[in-house]
Design a protein. Sequence first.
Length: 70
Amino acid sequence: MAVFTVLISGVSLVHARADGTSVYIAGKAKYCKETAVSGYLDCFYANLDACEKHNKSTNLRCVANPYSGT
């Protein structure tokens, strides 16, 4: 589902990690939730609390957007 969202949204960015793997990012907000698909982030949250509150019922982590500089 996340892959589909990334492809449809047209805002996908690729960020290279230090270990050489890539992260695909949808959205431009400061905080992201990890998706069920490894290597994909949905970045639609202005702050960490909003991300954690929205994802409370899931086992997905909230992390800083690697592009936002936070």
